[in-house]
Design a binder for this molecule. Sequence first.
Ligand code: ADP
Ligand code: MG
Length: 712
Amino acid sequence: MDRTTIDFGIDLGTTNSVISVMNGGEIETIKNGNFEITPSVVYFDKRGVKRVGVSANEMLNRPATATDVQFEFKRVMGQRVEREFKSAGKKFSPEQLSAEVLSELRRAAAARSGSEPVAAVITVPAMFELPQNEATAHAAKLAGFEHSQLLQEPVAAAVAYGFQTNAEKAYWLVYDFGGGTFDASIIAIRDGQLRVIKHAGDNYLGGGDLDWKLVDQCIVPRLSKSFALATLARGLKARDIDNGRMLVLRRHAEQIKKMLSKDETVEYFEENVFVDDDGTQVDIECTITREEFERLAAPAVERSISIVHRLISESGVPKASLDRFLLVGGSTFIPLVRRHTAAIGIPIGMEIDPMTVVSRGAAVFASSQRLPSSRLRPTAVAAGAAVAQLEYESVAKEISPYVGGKIEIDGKAPAAGAKVALQRDDSGWVSGDVAIDPKGMFFTTVQIREQGQSVFALTVRDASGQLVPCTPNSLAITYGLSIASAPLPAGCGIGLADGSAMILIPGGTRLPCPAVVYPAQFVRGLHKGTDEKLRIPVLSGDEPMAEHNLVGTYININGKDISRDIPAGTDVQIEISIDASGVPQIHAFIPLLDETFKPSERIETLFEKPEVMRERVEAIRVRLEEVENLADEADLFALSSEASELASSAVFDEIESRLERWDDGDTDSAGSARNLIVDMAKRASVLAEKVELPTAQAQYKETLDATRKIAA
Ligand code: ADP
Ligand code: MG
C-alpha cells in the first residue's frame, strides 16, 4: 500500500540525528547500519571522499584527520558562514552540512524500506528563529525531500509521551539537555490538543561543554606532568591551540563522561593517542571520580535548573499544576542531572529513550500529516481503474471517525451497483460493502485502534463484484493528540529609519500567520540606473529597538533594477506571512513602480562585528549607570542596588571573553555573545522602565507611531 501520510520523523540534532517511521500503528526507530543514532558529523578525506555519521565521528580519533571533521554546525544554522575541509579544499554552509546528515538518514530509511522517503517531519529547537527555520527547510530540499514540515523538538517529545497517555488536560515540562544546547518548554494538553506555552533555554549549554571541562581541567593538567604539550595549555588564544590533538582528547573525555554515568570511578587508559611536542607517544592514563566530574559539571547543571525555575515562574503555570517532567537528550543520563531534576519535585518521565524520543514523536506527528495532494494524485491511471478523492481527518479523538469520498472510473461515477470496502491493517475490523451513489459518493464510519495509527485498505468493486484497481488504495488515521498550531518563537518585522523596530508579527503568534501588511515611506529617494540602493532590514526578534533584534536579511532595491526614480517619501508596503513550519514569506511592494521586491538573499543571521558589539555593551553599562543615578534621586534604593549589581555582573566578563573569541573569527562565540548582550540589554530596559517616569515611555511610543519611515 502506498503511504498517504508523511510517516517519517527526523530529529536533526546538534550532536546526533535519528530517523523514525510510523508503520501501521508501530513506531520504529530506523537503524543506520548497526546504530539507531547517527552523529551529526561530516568528514572529507584529502581525495574529497565523504563520510557522514558514525564513520565520520571515528575520524576524530586521530589528530591528522580530526581537523577535517565538521560537527555542531547546527549551532551556526542560518548564518552566512562556511565550514572548511582543508585537506579536500572544500567549503560548506551549515545547511549543506545538515543536508548531508539528512540524506544519510534518508538512505538509511531507503535501505530499510526499499525506497527513499519523499517527505519528512524535521524537528527544530523551540528557540529557532526565522532564519534557522528557513535554513532547515532548505537543507531538507537539498537532501532530496520534496516536502518537509518543521516541528518543535519539545512538542515532538511530548507527542511521543502523549501517544502513550490518555491525559485530557495536563501541563508538562520538557527538559532537553543535549550535546550542544539546553531547552526547556512548558506544554499544555487540552482536549486532545497540544501546544508550547512558553520556552526558555541556552543555545550554548550542552554536554559538549562538559567534555571540554574534563579536557581542560582534568586531562590536560594530568598529561602535562609527563608530556610536552605546550600547545594544549589552557588560556591560549584559540588560533594557537592545536585543534587536532584537542579534538582527540575531547573524544576520550566524552567516553570518560559517559562511563561516569554508570560508574563511581573510571580508571581510564588508552595507549598511543598521539605524539607530544617532543615526538613521544602519549598514553592517556587517569583516574577520575564521579565526584570530581560533578564539581566540574555543577555550574552547567545548576544553570539549566535555574532556567527551569525562571521558566515556570514566567509561564504563570503553578508548579503544582505541572504533571510531568520529561527528560530528553543524552545529557539527562548524567546522575547529577537526574538528582537536580528530581529535586524540583515534579514527577519525572523517562520511560522513553531520551536519545530517540524526539524522532519518535516526530514520526507520530508525521503519521497524522497527509502527504500534499500533489504526491497522491496518480500521474497516470490505467483505463478502467478507479481514482478516489477521500475526505477524512487524519487525527481522530474518537474511535469511530467518518470517512467519505468520491470514486471515479475513467472520469465518471461508476455504474450503479459499485461498492467500496475498507479493511483495517490488523484485520481487526472490516466495513462490509458500502454503496457508491449515482454521483460516485460514498460515506461510512471506520473503527480505529485506541493507539497510534490505523491504516485501512480501500477496495472498489464494480456492479459485477469484480475488483477494480484504485488509487490511492489506502488511508491512515491516527488516534490521539493533535498539535495545536505552534507559536512563532521570535517576532518578525522591519527596522525603521529612527532606529526602532516595527515588529509586524510578534513572537508567540499562532502559526500559520496570514499576511500582515505595513504601509511605510522611504526617507531617501533613489535614482534610476545608479549604483545606489535602498535597504529595508528584515528583523527577527521582539525588541522595540531595531539593534536589539537579529537582522535576518535585507530587501535591497537597486538603482540599476528600477524602471523610474523613487522620490523621497514614496510609499512602500511591506508584507510578511509565516507558514505552519515557521518559514516566512516577505516582500515589499512599491505602488509607484507597480513592482514587488523580495529579500535579495534567503534570510540569514548576520552577526555584528566585535567592535560594534563592544559599543553595545558600553551603551548598556552607561544606561545602567543612568538608571542607578535616577533611582538614587528618586529614593528607589532597591532598584538602585539592582542596577549597580547588574552593572558589575560577571556576565559582562563572559561577554568579553566570547568577544575575544569572535575577534579570532569564531562565529559560535559571536552568537553566544549576541545572546548574552541582548539578554543584558533587556534586563537593563526592564529596570529602566521601572525607574523612568511612565510619561517618558508614553512619549516614546508616540514618536514611534509618528515615524512610519523605514531605513534607507
Ligand atoms: P543533541 O540534541 O545535541 O543532538 P543528544 O540528545 O543526542 O544531543 O545528546 C548528546 C549528548 O549526550 C552528548 O554530549 C553526549 O556525550 C551525551 N551523552 C550521551 N550518553 C550519555 C551518558 N550515558 N552519560 C552522559 N552523557 C551522555
Ligand atoms: Mg536533541
